[in-house]
Structure formats: structure tokens, C-alpha cells
Design a protein around this ligand. Structure first.
Ligand code: BGC
Length: 856
């Protein structure tokens, strides 16, 4: 029996014991939260203060602590959002060391194009099943941060620029994962939309925008899918670190949404252990050794933290353990999982252009397959989400087995950029021999990585130049794109058709070929806007926040909310995607319950349409975007078939967050209800009179630009008015650094040695980028604060030593060095003592199961 199996057996015996104990005690309630909590309260009595404090931080990179004496086992946590990354050997959280083979599903950015919640739930089930098979208790995902800018390095891991779509899909994942016994851990809560200074940046955002844009997706997940855990983000939100932010963790998450699970910090994202416990942060990950436990003990001793406060968080840990059911583990069929990955990728392909119906290609069409991505697919992003796939399809092999006649393959360009005449002219020759060119273009691994934001939205120049050259010899070019986020397409006229496969996971190449041959009719619709130029994006002037704060000056006007309100033309609107068939919409009728309309497949092949419901306000009232997604329905129709659909209204349809009343409100008045095939392609609309609170535009604090959506040059004063407070000071010039300053700020440090270290770090990063292999360790170091050295070294570096490191960086070398040395010995002594005490309490006699679980 493995230790995990014995835990499973223990869990089953415990559950049986608990259930018979409840019956004996006259409690007939089913196993539920109340019963769990009762046992928990008693369990805390059995723990020593040190055990309680120690439970609130990890034992290792991926494991929590156990207290076998009271039946509390350790949990295994693993990334991630699109496949399980159960690490083998030594653990790291950046996807650097190897992991067990697991199905690599399309990333969230891809799945979002499917607009299919039931598919998201199936992915969740598949992830949950693999997690259980691999002994993983907590799956660290899905990621549902809002795509504020197309540049965010982790956009490939997130769903959309829209909170409603993100929330609905993420809820599907969570339900699916948790149906298999594991816990999901939606992340990163909250307002974590840039990688630059990701652990040392303050997201400065007004309350209304925070609620409506950045929190609503999490709200939907919590209310609809009850995740057992949630991951707090690295950043601060309005001046307070997310893991110790009482407004986020207590007022909103727990009190308003009713979340009763555990809040787990992002890896190294915890700041002050005491503040976290007080605010609602349950578990600090990975392991700071016993250093955080020591801080909590000291706080209790000093009287600034009560044992009762500690007990609340310990109870949450117990509840998390109790809610995970490892007994559901079963053998997973890897081939069936691969096929699901293909179906998901198929449903997520977006046909962006198809002039003269070039696609689908008939069997026997002579094609030249060009582009490095056809041979070596780009199918996932870099970082902690990196999955070791069970198998991997490539376009080249799939095309060889397809009904198309592949006349030649040519690499065409070097993936990492730079001109290569030999490759380009070989490609031109290949194109001349074929009827149609399938040109596989995309972003390379360095362009989309955790820890590093993009600086532009272009495809590499060598790829665009190749397209240009091929266009001289043929106008029958199909561009097949691989990228996890939006790109600019000044080259669009050179392509007759464009299939966007996004990052399609291990079976993505099969899905794309099936679209090209017509075996699959594309039904993906963009979950993000493609602006014509990066400069058109509303966050562009403010993104990324380079200094200590990231100012969300564009407010509510994120993505299409901006383009449609400010009437800025785009390349492809939110919700857009073509099909090999056509759909007609009938009139829409609306009542208080929802919008009803008919969709008909007017073409000659079966296909799926995504009908989208947008809502705007007609009557005057507080400022708001001209239209917002409030529902959608994907429907599959045979040629000539019609379906009458009703998209119901819900609590999110008409509400806005009233700053004046600090609560959600519905303004009475007339609303516009549009049904469309994209946000710009509204096929039918109606107006509806909605009851609610009298509109009070005077209570809207937003200054003028927010009324029209013209948010491109919001002044300090305007933003301060929106925020309702003064803007935080920005840091600049040479200055004293602190434990929470990022390592990248060393270039401003007083110590010349620190400034040199900053330079070395920067040049190492540049070198790794030139090689086309992003070094995630370096990105991580660059953006992390000094504090994280203490948080991520398993107790080897205490927080006192961190302070001494900072003293050195600030130019007091000898004092700093002295502090590091004495801190080392003091820390080692205390660590040893606490470890011995912990071991000692672990040896105490085991209380009877009944007394632990029921308080008997
Ligand atoms: C990432 C998280 C991830 C964690 C563990 C962090 O760096 O931000 O998304 O779950 O590492 O790998």
C-alpha cells in the first residue's frame, strides 16, 4: 500500500467512523459542512499551538503538512489549468523539472473560443480523473484573470476579456474537477493582469471596476461551482497584498459570496503571515520552513493574534482535507483523454477569414505545407502550466494521413526569428509545386510565457516576410496560426484564409487539419477582441504598470466594452468566427425572464452557432459600456434546421456596482437587449423596461471621459476622482529598497554591487531570450521581491535574514552581512527547536477517532 493508498483507506474508515458516530450522537444530517465543522472544532482542541501555526504553511513545494495523530493527512497540490503537472523528482513551480505524462488539453484561451460550458465541464472531469490517478488532491486551476491587455504573458492561460464568459467556463472546469473527488483552485484572486513585477505590483483599481470586471468571474465560479479552495494572487490590490487583503478575502469572498473553503497563496505570494491569518488567507505555499509558524507563535505571544483567529484558519485546512475524496480514483484511459482533447480543440478553432470559400479543401488538393510550426507544434505556453503530454500530434504527420495530397514540406523560417534565405527560397519552391499553401505561422515560446509580458503584438518579421514572398507566386495561401493571444495582422490581405488554432494542446494539430479538410465545421468564436493595432487597446497607455503600481485607468472599458462604446474599429470583434455554413436569426422577444429568438442554419452543411446576448442601457443613469455580454448559447443545427432559443436573464444581467451605496443595484429604466453573432454583428434587438432603483446619475463619481468611453488619456486628477482617493506615490530614482521591492529595482539601489547584480540579471535574461529559450527562473527572480527569498527557501533564509540582505542592497554592506550571519545561526537554532517540538507533539498518543471527530 502506498502512503496515499493508506490515506485513502484511512479516509474511508474515518468517514465510516464519523458517520456512525453521528448516528450514535443522534445527528442524522448527511455528511456535510456542518458535520465537518463540528469535527474540526474538536480537532483544533487536540492540536498544539505550534501544530496549528505550522499547518498554515506548506511542508514542501507541493505538499501541505499532516498531523496523523488527529487523522489529518498531507495534501498534494499540482498545476494546472490545462493538464496535470505532477512533478517527478525535485519540485519547482515554474515548469522546469520533469513531470509525469498527462493529457495536455488546449489552454484556457483556446477553450474559451468554444463558448461551450459543458465541454469545459468535461475537461474538468478529465483533469480531475487524471489528478486522482496521479494522487493529486488539489488542481491549481483554472486561471481566470481578465485579459486587460493583449500583452499579458499569461493570457494563454486565461479565458477572456469578458468576466461573464470567463466565469461560466471556469465554473464548468471547477464542477468537473471536483466531481472526481479533488479540489479545484481557481486563480489568481484578483486583479492580476500583468507579469511585470508580478509579485511586487499594486493593482490600483476603482471599486466598481474591480467588482464588475475583475471579480465577477470569480463570483460566478464561487456561487455556481463552490470551489473547495481558491488561490490568492501575487499582487497587491489597492495597497494590500491579495493574500492578506480583508476586503477581498473576507468582505467579498466569504461574507458576500459565501465561500467557505481555503484560500491558498500563490507560490511565494504570502507577505505577512499574521496579516494573512487575520484577513482570511488560509495556507501559505510553498514552504517557508517553520519561519511563518514562528511568526504566528510570536504574534499570539505578543497578543496581536488570538488562538481563536488561528483556529478559524486551521478549521479551513481541516475542511479542505475532509472535502477531498481520494477514493474516487480510477484508471484513466489515456487514448480516450486524447480524443477528448481533440474534440475540445475542434470546438475551439476559429476561422477568421475564408475568401471565395477557399476552405474546406477537397480531397486530393495538392498542398505545400510550410512553416516550422507544422513540424514542431506550439500547443501550450511556458511556465508553471507546462504539461508533459501523453502523445503529441504534429500537422506534418496528420496531414500525411489526411485525404490531401501533400506535395512538399518546407520549414520556411527560423522559429526564433532572423532572416534565412535558404529556408525561404526552399519554401517558395515548395509553394510553386502546389495548388494551395498551408502556411503554419505563430508566436514562439519566448513570446508567451509566465513571468514575461509581450512588448508588441506582431508576428516575427521573418514569418511575415515569408508570407509576403509566397504571395508573389500564389494567392491561394491558408495561414494556420498558433498563438495563445491576439496578434496584429497588417499582412491579412496576403492570406486568402486564416484558421486560428490558438494553443490546441496535444491533439491540436488534428483539430486544425480536420477544419482544413472540412471533417469539422469550425464553430469557435473569439473570446477576445483583435484590435487593428496595439495602440488601440484601451489599457495601452497604462500597461504594464512599470513602477510600484499598475493603474487601471481605463476603468470598466476593457476589451470590447471600450471598442464598442468609443466606436473604435477593430480587426476582429469579440465573439467573431466564421463557419462553413450560414445562420439566420429571427426577431427577438423579451420579457422579464429572458430573450427568445430563432436561429436557422441556412447553409448546406451541419454547423454550430454561438448566439450571444448583449445588454446596454437606454435611459440615462450611471456610466456604463454601450453593451455587455450577459448570456450565450451554442447550438448545433443541420442544414435547414431551426431552433428556438431562450437565453434567460439572471442576477448579473442588469446590475451595476453602486459606489455610492457600496452594493449591487439595478437601475430602473429602459434597457437594450441585442442578440448577435458577435458584439458588432447584432442580428436582432428589443427594448425592455426593467424595474429597480431610481437612476441616480449624480451619485456616479466618474468624471466626463468615462461617460463616453474615451479613456485613452485619463489624467491623474480624473483617475483620483474615479478612485475616490489620492493616487499612490510612484517610486523613481535612486532610493532605499525594502523587503517588498522587486529584485529588478536593484538598478535604483544605493549599493553599487546591487546595481551590478541588476545589470547581470538583465543581461542573463536578454541572453536567454536571444537563444529563444525563456529562462523562467530568471524571469521569476527579476520580478520577485526580496521577501520571496525567505518565503521560498524552505526555511533556509528567515525574514530577518531577508531584512539584512536589504540592508546590504541599501549600501550598508557590513551591517547587512553581520545580520545575515547572525540571522542564519539564530534561524537555524529556532528552526531546529520548533522542528523538534513538532516531532514531539506528533508522538503524543492518538486520541480516539470518535473523540476527534465528534467531541465525544
Ligand atoms: C504561478 C501559479 C502556479 C504556482 C505553482 C506560480 O508561480 O503563478 O499559477 O499555480 O506557481 O506552480
Amino acid at each position: 500500500m502506498t502512503s496515499r493508498e493508506s490515506h485513502r483507506a484511512d479516509a474511508r474508515t474515518e468517514a465510516a467512523a464519523a458517520s456512525s458516530a453521528r448516528t450514535r450522537g443522534g445527528l442524522t444530517a448527511p455528511v456535510g459542512h456542518a458535520a465537518v465543522k463540528e469535527g474540526t472544532a474538536t480537532m483544533t482542541d487536540e492540536l498544539t499551538l505550534l501544530e496549528k501555526a505550522a499547518l498554515l504553511s506548506g511542508e514542501s513545494v507541493w505538499e501541505t503538512r499532516s498531523v496523523p495523530r488527529v487523522g489529518l493527512r498531507a495534501l498534494n497540490l499540482s498545476d494546472g489549468p490545462h493538464g496535470i503537472r505532477k512533478q517527478l523528482g525535485s519540485g519547482d513551480h515554474l515548469g522546469i523539472n520533469g513531470s509525469a505524462p498527462a493529457t495536455c488539453f488546449p489552454t484556457a484561451a483556446t477553450v474559451a473560443n468554444s463558448w461551450d460550458v459543458s465541454l469545459a465541464e468535461q475537461i474538468g472531469e478529465a483533469l480531475g480523473a487524471e489528478a486522482a490517478e496521479l494522487d493529486v488532491d488539489v488542481v491549481l486551476g483554472p486561471g481566470l484573470n481578465i485579459k486587460r491587455s493583449p500583452l499579458c504573458g499569461r493570457n494563454f492561460e486565461y479565458f477572456s476579456e469578458d468576466p461573464y464568459l470567463s466565469g461560466k467556463l471556469a465554473a464548468g472546469y471547477v464542477r468537473g474537477i471536483q466531481s472526481q473527488g479533488a479540489s479545484a483552485c481557481p486563480k489568481h484572486f484578483a486583479a492580476n493582469s500583468q507579469e511585470h513585477r508580478r509579485m511586487a505590483s499594486d493593482s490600483v483599481v476603482d471599486e466598481r471596476t474591480l467588482r464588475e470586471i475583475y471579480l465577477t468571474a470569480f463570483e460566478i465560479v464561487v456561487r455556481e461551482a463552490a470551489p473547495k479552495a481558491i488561490m490568492s494572487s501575487y499582487n497587491m490590490v489597492n495597497g494590500v497584498y491579495a493574500h492578506e487583503n480583508p476586503h477581498l478575502l473576507q468582505d467579498v469572498l466569504r461574507d458576500e459570496w459565501g465561500f467557505d473553503g481555503a484560500v491558498i497563496s500563490d507560490w511565494g505570494g504570502s507577505n505577512d503571515a499574521e496579516a494573512a491569518v487575520k484577513a482570511g488567507g488560509t495556507l501559505e505555499m510553498p514552504s517557508p520552513g517553520l519561519d511563518s509558524a514562528r511568526q504566528l507563535l510570536a504574534a499570539v505571544e505578543a497578543g496581536t493574534l488570538t488562538e481563536a483567529e488561528l483556529d478559524v484558519r486551521v478549521a479551513e485546512m481541516r475542511t479542505l482535507v475532509d472535502r477531498i475524496d481520494p477514493s474516487l480514483a480510477r484508471k484513466v484511459d489515456a487514448q480516450a483523454q486524447h480524443e477528448l482533447a481533440r474534440r475540445v480543440a475542434e470546438a475551439s478553432q476559429v476561422l477568421l477569414k475564408n475568401d471565395d470559400a477557399l476552405l474546406p479543401l477537397a480531397a486530393g488538393t495538392r498542398v505545400a505545407v510550410i512553416g516550422d510550426f507544422a513540424e514542431t507544434p506550439r500547443y501550450q505556453g511556458a511556465g508553471s502550466s507546462l504539461v508533459n503530454p501523453t502523445q503529441l500530434s504534429t500537422a506534418r504527420t496528420v496531414l500525411d494521413g489526411s485525404p490531401l495530397d501533400v506535395v512538399r514540406y518546407a520549414q520556411g523560417f527560423r522559429r526564433t526569428g532572423g532572416a534565412d534565405e535558404a529556408l525561404a527560397s526552399e519554401a517558395v519552391d515548395a509553394a510553386r509545386e502546389a495548388d494551395v499553401v498551408l502556411l503554419y505561422l505563430g508566436l514562439d515560446e519566448t513570446s508567451e510565457s509566465e513571468g514575461n509580458d509581450r512588448t508588441h503584438m506582431e508576428l516575427p518579421l521573418n514569418q511575415v516576410e515569408l508570407l509576403n514572398r509566397l504571395r508573389q507566386s500564389t494567392d491561394r495561401i491558408v495561414v494556420v496560426l498558433s498563438a495563445g493571444s491576439a496578434v496584429e495582422m497588417p499582412w491579412i490581405d496576403d492570406a486568402r484564409a486564416i484558421v486560428h488554432g490558438y494553443l490546441g494542446g496535444q491533439a491540436g494539430a488534428e483539430a486544425t487539419v480536420n477544419v482544413i479538410t472540412g471533417a469539422v465545421n469550425p464553430s469557435g468564436r473569439l473570446a477576445e477582441t483583435y484590435p487593428l493595432r496595439l495602440e488601440d487597446n484601451p489599457s495601452h497607455p497604462y500597461y504594464p504598470g512599470k513602477e510600484s503600481s499598475a493603474e487601471y485607468r481605463e476603468g470598466l472599458y476593457v476589451g470590447y466594452r471600450y471598442y464598442s462604446t468609443a466606436e473604435v474599429p477593430v480587426l476582429f470583434p469579440f465573439g467573431f468566427g466564421l463557419s462553413y455554413t450560414t445562420f439566420a436569426y429571427g426577431e427577438v422577444t423579451v420579457d422579464a425572464q429572458g430573450a427568445t429568438f430563432t436561429v436557422t442554419n441556412t447553409g448546406s452543411v451541419e454547423g454550430s452557432e454561438v448566439a450571444q446576448l448583449y445588454v446596454g442601457r437606454v435611459s440615462a443613469g450611471v456610466h456604463r459600456p454601450s453593451r455587455e455580454l450577459k448570456g450565450f448559447h451554442k447550438v448545433r443545427l443541420a442544414p435547414g434546421e431551426s431552433a428556438t432559443l431562450t437565453i434567460p436573464f439572471d442576477e448579473y444581467t442588469f446590475r451595476h456596482f453602486s459606489v455610492a451605496n457600496d452594493s449591487w443595484a439595478v437601475e430602473a429604466g429602459e434597457y437594450w437587449i441585442g442578440i448577435g453573432a458577435s458584439v458588432e454583428d447584432i442580428r436582432a434587438f428589443a427594448h425592455l423596461e426593467v424595474a429597480g432603483r431610481a437612476a441616480d446619475a449624480d451619485a456616479d463619481p466618474a468624471p466626463e471621459p468615462y461617460a463616453t468611453g474615451a479613456v485613452g488619456s485619463i489624467t491623474d486628477a480624473e483617475f483620483a476622482t474615479l478612485l475616490g482617493r489620492r493616487l499612490p506615490e510612484l517610486e523613481g530614482g535612486r532610493r532605499m529598497l525594502e523587503a517588498n521591492s522587486p529584485l529588478l529595482a536593484m538598478h535604483q539601489a544605493r549599493s553599487p554591487l546591487a546595481r551590478l547584480a541588476a545589470k547581470v540579471l538583465r543581461s542573463l535574461i536578454a541572453r536567454s531570450e536571444r537563444k529563444g529559450k525563456p529562462d523562467l527562473n530568471l524571469y521569476f527572480l527579476y520580478n520577485m521581491p526580496f521577501r520571496a527569498i525567505g518565503k521560498m527557501t524552505n526555511g533556509a533564509v528567515s525574514m530577518e535574514m531577508v531584512d539584512s540582505i536589504v540592508t546590504m542592497v541599501n549600501g550598508r554592506h557590513l551591517a547587512g552581512l553581520g545580520g545575515i550571519i547572525s540571522g542564519f545561526f539564530r534561524g537555524a537554532r529556532t528552526g531546529k527547536r520548533l522542528a523538534a517540538e513538532l516531532a514531539e507533539s506528533g508522538r503524543r498518543p492518538t486520541p480516539s477517532t470518535d473523540s476527534v471527530r465528534t467531541g465525544a
